[in-house]
Design a protein around this ligand. Sequence first.
Ligand code: PMP
Length: 401
Amino acid sequence: MDHFNAASFRLAFPAIRSTTVFLDSAATALKPVAMISASNNYYSLSGSSVYRGQSSESLKLTRDFEQGRIRAAKFINAPCEKNIIWTRGTTESINLIAQSYFRSVLQPGDEIIVSEIEHHSNLLPWIMLAQQTGAKVIKWPVENDLTLNIDVLKSKLSPKCKVVAITQMSNVTGYQPDLLAITQLVHQVGARIVVDGAQGVVHNPLDVTELNIDFYVFSAHKLYGPTGLGVCYGKMELLEQMPPWHGGGKMLTEVTFEHFTPAPIPQRFEAGTPNIAGVIAFSSVLEWLETIDLSSAEAYTRSLVEHANSKLSSLPGFIAYSAPHSPLLSFNFQGIHHSDLGVLLTEQNIALRYGQHCAQPLMDALKVSGCLRISMMPYNSLQDIDTFIDAVTFSLSLLND
Ligand code: PMP
């Protein structure tokens, strides 16, 4: 593993050379050359399908495709690559779990506990499932200090609860709940835990086996990978209980007009031609990540956030909504609408996010109509932060005029 060097790491990202200061990695990360080359090579040099051709090219691609699954399993310490289902992203993974596992498990009156800090992707699938089954969605409210109180969860858990849906890291505050303690409590009442790793996997890769997590999901595109690709990890005994969700090619071993036999796990959940280029490109990302000292890279990112936080805090009216040591910073300025400041920053080529961040219930809890968010990765630099701070200072001078 190479010692982390911020300058050379930055060079691996061609898009960073644009004139925009990119502070929106929580929306999607920039892509390293390793990923771009693997994707280019697939499209320019091969282009065959997987599991659908007998040519040596197709057989090799199928092996490369499965190598990606092995790498994804290793990245989160899943017991085996068969625990990994490829999906289109976090959103599709949660919908798959809700519809394929929980739809047949839930009875009217059962409870689904969802924290108030969830992204809409980890709320809507549960609301829809509740409407379909007669189950109830129960809110685990956020505290005033933006954390979640485990005693509150304890008071809500009962044998009626069948699932707790929780994020590994809030995409607004960067808060990371104590997943070990939560999982233990959830299992005590016989319920299952579904963890949304969309943000957390990037900054704090976890061990699904050690934490005893039932389902864990994330998107490749936030972890330097391609868009349109996601991972759904499930414990084998749970995947075995799940009927196929989408029907189509290669999710079956035999079919008549009356009957079909599902293919083995995980192929039974992957109907249709998969995202071949995406998996192969993501596999290259995971291979490349093995060469990076991820904890030093993360420490560097956190130092950038600290720098931004201390500069912003010195500006009058700054209101922060971020957890301590968060890799992202959400904020407002007293008396200034987030959109007004957001537009001015965008005009100065700062790429950041402003609005509700697909977390409307959390915005309601914060009693704001929205906020701004900057999020960083190890390809960012101190210069990026200083340019951003200058742009904020200039914008505030216009808005407070
Ligand atoms: N959960 C969280 C915490 C997220 O930040 C996001 C993406 N913003 C999602 C879920 C949804 O991910 P995707 O759109 O890649 O499915």
